[in-house]
Design a protein around this ligand. Structure first.
Ligand code: SF4
Ligand code: SF4
Length: 381
């Protein structure tokens, strides 16, 4: 099969993001590191700064992290902290300031161990999103973040710039959502790995560049369609993967699903499609409030109740037409783990779809066991 994205970054998509950050830093743009989808990137971009994701998915930094952190903590937190402890994360090294949020306990307490290294701001995230006070509190927190960024970098974020970044974000989300039709196709025209490459392109592009890049990729996808080149076949079990963020060494679950004969047609997590689903209101006269309202709708399991996650799953199941749902839980992630029970009931009862919960870490030790369970799931379809 011809490469979908044929450029110097195909072998290491992370380099694309790194090169882009360095080139922007070299012309004077501040770099701000973030750990979570609740940090509004539009605020950062409205100051001319570059937002960088610091979540890490490598097992290699977990042993040094475990010298300080409990071994039964979520591997994502251990990996991220291990990179900082060993001073090996280029993204963290480039970051001049850090934004954290009070999502899960592990992350929240990890921030206390690193907040002396770089200027750090923690956003206090309300976790009962449907309560009347939640939005007012979150608007205050977004205002506080703006004030902190402005003070830290002696800069000013104007309403005009913020409004413009909000429109930019919305355009990119629309482009990406439309592009997802290629993975929704039956059989899919692109693999999850190719879509991850596209996520990388989206991260470093403005809407104009993204449109151009997607147009070029679309030509290759249309060629695949004409040539009858697909990922898997019409018989391949179509899988929607939900749950915790997945990348790097955790992507073994995706690989196992493919090895077992399945195709991935949707990825619900923050590392997948979740971030592209919520548009921000425009021209309201209060862009901070509009930002806060949109970001508070993110359906992370740290929220209770988290009805929006079930609504989002309904929409994804309708659109991507999976034959099964596999919920990936990182060990030690209690909120996604407990919520998995309700997700299973919802998927089985409302959609009559087979469901599998895979609790895993970043090692390879459970790979064979996961494969056996995925094969058994596919036999039940
Ligand atoms: S899963 Fe929740 S805590 Fe983790 S990055 Fe996404 S929104 Fe943040
Ligand atoms: S996967 Fe779960 S425990 Fe790990 S950082 Fe995300 S929300 Fe926290």
């Amino acid at each position: 099969m011809k490469l979908l994205i044929n450029d110097k970054y195909t072998n290491n998509p992370n380099d694309r993001v790194l090169d882009s950050i360095i080139s922007k830093r070299d012309i004077g743009a501040p770099v701000i590191g973030m750990y979570c989808g609740y940090a509004p990137v539009e605020l950062v971009r409205a100051m001319g700064a570059v937002p960088v994701c610091l979540c890490a998915f490598s097992r290699k930094t977990i042993p040094p992290a475990e010298a300080v952190l409990p071994s039964n903590l979520c591997p994502l937190i251990k990996s991220s902290y291990g990179y900082i402890k060993t001073d090996t994360c280029p993204f963290y090294a480039l970051s001049q300031a850090i934004i954290g949020e009070t999502t899960c306990d592990g992350k929240k307490k990890m921030f206390e161990l690193i907040n002396h290294i770089k200027p750090t701001h923690i956003m206090d995230l309300p976790q009962l999103p449907d309560e009347r006070e939640a939005l007012a509190t979150w608007i205050t927190m977004v205002h506080k973040l703006k004030d902190w960024i402005e003070k830290t970098f002696s800069a000013r974020i104007t309403e005009e710039h913020l409004e413009s970044e909000i429109k930019e974000s919305n355009q990119k989300k629309r482009l990406m959502n439309d592009f997802f039709k290629y993975i929704a196709h039956s059989p899919p025209l692109m693999s999850w790995e190719e879509l991850y490459d596209v996520f990388g392109i989206e991260l470093v592009s403005d809407s104009h560049e993204l449109r151009q890049q997607l147009n070029a990729i679309t030509i290759r996808l249309d060629e695949r369609l004409n040539d009858g080149v697909f990922i898997g076949s019409i018989q391949s079990p179509r899988v929607l993967v939900s749950g915790c963020p997945v990348g790097g060494d955790a992507a073994k679950v995706f690989k196992v699903i493919e090895e077992a004969g399945g195709v991935i047609v949707a990825m619900e997590a923050c590392s997948g499609m979740k971030g592209y689903t919520i548009e921000i209101k425009v021209d309201t006269g209060d862009p901070i409030a509009a930002l806060a309202e949109a970001y508070l709708q993110i359906p992370c399991s740290c929220m209770t109740p988290n009805q929006r996650r079930f609504d989002m799953l309904d929409e994804m199941i309708d659109r991507f037409k999976p034959h099964a749902v596999i919920d990936v839980i990182l060990q030690g992630c209690h909120s996604y783990n407990i919520e998995s029970h309700r997700i299973e009931r919802h998927v089985r009862d409302k959609h009559q779809l087979p469901f599998l919960k895979v609790e895993t870490d970043f090692t390879e030790s459970d790979r064979a066991m996961i494969k056996t369970r995925v094969q058994a799931l596919f036999e039940s379809i």
